[in-house]
Design a protein around this ligand. Structure first.
Ligand SMILES: Nc1ncnc2c1ncn2[C@@H]1O[C@H](COP(=O)(O)OP(=O)(O)O)[C@@H](O)[C@H]1O
Ligand SMILES: [Mg+2]
Length: 275
């Protein structure tokens, strides 16, 4: 089971857009995919057609984490709250009440650091478990990010050329290094994905060079330009694999190329490969 955490402490960079469509792309490969929306804004939840306003808080991520804090068996707790989306992938939805999650985790033993890691360890024991878990994160540092990084196999950071992005990226790399160094998750990997890239813009080319100078090893080859399909498919509550508007085919190809890169880095993580 591979766990990809979309993270960057800066809103609007494409964490949710990439989380939804990376999950959908893995689904296209025939893998069993679970998307967990850890952002109280519930953008990924809405994108996948679930109305978080009518959801009971207990039917969201909150229910699973509350169970985990009470030491209840996590795999079953998680599976009972997961819903199948129109895309075919499974979703553990977010809820607005998750705004209080950082405070709740902070008062839990060890800041709730191991709650998701334990839940995934339990989940991995179940026979027909998930191959891929994708975590969509809020644009913030703190206990939710730490909990996600403790449980992830690879952190994916979408970046666009903007003033605050380099700072956010440096902060994220520091968080990852802390999680690796203190033994919580020594194997955690990081990949940086350029999003909303405009090759003709001087600012974007300068930013690109800056990234290469500092993070050449972590950068993936796939680059996502600004495309209407990535914005408009959200309003249609569809991944680009279901959406049929302009640019959809091009963007689908880009996501398939990206997950090909991830498969080359991490392996396919499904039963076929294990045999
Ligand atoms: N490559 C892109 N081209 C066009 N629009 C994009 C692209 N990537 C993301 N968007 C749009 O930009 C907005 C912010 O992206 P989002 O994924 O919500 O960022 P984050 O989750 O990091 O806050 C959304 O409306 C999203 O649909
Ligand atoms: Mg988001």
């Amino acid at each position: 089971m591979h766990v990809y955490a979309l993270s960057l402490e800066k809103g609007g960079c494409g964490k949710t857009a990439l989380a939804v469509n990376i999950a959908a792309a893995f689904q296209q490969l025939g893998l069993r995919v679970l998307l967990i929306d850890l952002d109280a804004q519930a953008s990924a939840t809405h994108w996948l057609g679930v109305d978080s306003d009518t959801l009971q808080p207990d039917a969201s991520v909150l229910g699973v984490l509350n169970d985990a804090m009470k030491n209840r068996v996590s795999a079953q707790s998680l599976r009972s709250r997961v819903r199948e989306t129109a895309e075919g992938m499974h979703l553990l939805a977010a809820h607005g009440m998750m705004a209080s999650l950082p405070a709740q985790l902070s008062s839990a033993p060890l800041g709730g650091l191991f709650l998701l890691k334990q839940a995934f360890a339990d989940l991995a024991q179940v026979a027909d478990t998930y191959d891929i878990v994708v975590l969509d994160l809020p644009p913030a540092r703190g206990p939710v990010l730490a909990m996600a990084l403790a449980a992830a196999t690879r952190c994916l950071a979408p970046v666009q050329s903007e003033d605050l992005v380099v700072r956010a990226l440096n902060a994220l790399i520091t968080s990852v290094q802390q999680i690796q160094a203190n033994g919580v998750n020594p194997d955690l990997q990081v990949s940086i994905i350029r999003n909303k890239y405009a090759p003709r813009s001087t600012a974007d080319r300068v930013f690109d060079q800056l990234l290469r100078d500092h993070y050449a090893r972590q950068m993936v080859r796939s680059v996502f330009p600004i495309r209407a399909a990535l914005r408009d498919s959200a309003a249609m509550q569809q991944s680009v694999f279901r959406y049929t508007g302009p640019d959809a085919t091009e963007v689908r190809t880009l996501f398939l190329q990206l997950i090909e890169e991830l498969v080359a880095l991490d392996g396919r993580a499904d039963a076929i490969e294990a045999k």
